[in-house]
Design a protein around this ligand. Sequence first.
Ligand code: TXA
Ligand code: MG
Length: 325
Amino acid sequence: MTDPRQTQRLSADEAGIAAAAELLRAGRLVALPTETVYGLAADASDDRAVASIYAAKERPSFNPLISHLPDVDAARRQGIFDAPALALAKAFWPGPLTLVVPASSGCTICSLARAGLDSVALRVPSHPVARAVLQAAGRPIAAPSANRSGRVSPTQAEHVLADLAGRIDAVLDAGPTAVGVESSIVACLGGAPRLLRPGGVPRAALEAAIGQALVIVEEGGAAPLAPGLLASHYAPRAAVRLDADAPRSSEAWLGFGPEPTGSARPALAFNLSPAGDLTEAAANLFAALRQLDDRGPKTIAVAPIPMHGLGEAINDRLRRAAAPR
Ligand code: TXA
Ligand code: MG
């Protein structure tokens, strides 16, 4: 559960835009209008702020999120654009298109927003209020649709409040959104560009801009692969042993809460949250997995994580990491 918060309703004027940007810079949650749907925005460079997005939405899994930038130059500092990505950015930004590209070496988008992947999803929205907030915030802003998990995407501030009042810090009300469906998502990761999600830009228009057909990949599609192998999920090289009481010899240890007594702390260990705080644990999860995995252990043993609050999403991700492959 998130702490109860007083949700302010900000108007889409200079003062409201400045207040929204200030809240975002302070790691708070603000629902922002975009031309597609209202997004639940947080500082994409702050794992803790991003963890609070999942908590507010009660999202049962950590999908990678879209990061929003005020212009093409800002987006190009976060990702590496190949020729098709550049052509698409030029044709449709600002607008309802998201590009998934390799993260740049200077990328400041945190690992939780990227779900631990080496790629980033970037979007330059066209809504003038969104752009003004992004400009003033001066950092990438992660924003999935501002609804509770499993509910429909909000196209008005009232929809946002119906789902999230008391769970977020503010909603910036700019009236109904124009497009009403989420952005189209195209992955440009070398090879043929792939359409990951149909959305606000019609496929034919995307294909015309790159002069080739898009490979169609269904979002969360039923690819005949172990979940841990799905391209959109980071999988450690190490085997993962869940619900472990304590590490066995030679295992790396991913702890949560107080460390087990009576066993020596292994050389390779990370505690997601010694205090047992699930939001802190979520914020650390992907960086911790990667840090342990980079040292090449055969197995990472993981302490039990409770199933309430963000624990459900943490356990979902860990089960995927542990899936046979
Ligand atoms: O219209 C929109 O795009 C709205 C507004 C608020 O901008 N935002 C939105 O964001 O729909 P979000 O975070 O819910 O979209 C997340 C989707 C994931 O489900 C996944 O399909 C894709 O973006 N995605 C993000 N990063 C990815 C990555 N690195 N690789 C593959 N897919 C990725
Ligand atoms: Mg959504």
